[in-house]
Design a protein around this ligand. Sequence first.
Ligand SMILES: [Ca+2]
Length: 283
Amino acid sequence: MGNKEIKKEKNKLLTGFTLVELAAAMVIFGILVSIVVAGVGGVREKARIAAGLQFSQNIKNGIGDELVGEWSFENNLYDSSGNGNNCDWSGAGPTYLDNTASDNLGVALNFNGSSNAAICGSSPSLNISGDEITIEAWIYKQPSTGTRYVLAKSGANWWSYQYALVNYGKYIFLNLNGKLAGNSGEVISDNRWYHVTVTYNRNKTSNQVRYYINGAEVSSANYSTPITPNNYPLRIGRGGMVTAYFFKGNLDEIRIYGKSLTLAQIQQHYVEGAKKKGLLAEK
Ligand SMILES: [Ca+2]
């Protein structure tokens, strides 16, 4: 084999996979490993997980590496973002709910409002700092009073916050660095599913924080301080303070991104999630 041919062979090896293909292969490998580790029994359960992962993969293809955590609660507490931010359960349960009558997709997780939550670690990938973040969730609030946390990355003190999404009565609001960054307005009723999204983009000159309900922007606020990192764990269904402020109701398809999603992306996620829940079945 001459030098030219050796070089040709080398190039073939080097270019046999594109970087994107390699990245995709690594993600798939990660998924396969997590399925094996799960040791799930039953074809039906495996099908549910596969469908959930496929759904997640579709989303990831559009967002790429900016998705830092994704919890679909398909009968498990796994993070399907590829970052391994799997949660541990604390308290009674967990109780998973199949919230569609027509199929077995769209499994959600119930929080009892008094003692249970998912604790999802403090890996560097969750430690979002700087100028952009998006928090997205499906929430189904059951009757309860006062402050209830969808999620929080914070310690025992108000000023220790990095970010939190909070439900208070009919409102949701974002807390960045211990400061309230606007709110959604009175848009949340009990016993109904809502797709809620809040984005922060400090690079905008105004209205850096935006609230979206079911794919429509409902409110915005000015906030121009960079997000301050911390090493406290992310908790879903409760806050990090001494008083836990447990969420009461169901949560599903929670995602955190290190970037500000566009309206078009949020609308896409709403439609995909709503179809999965059977909420758009008639349309
Ligand atoms: Ca789900």
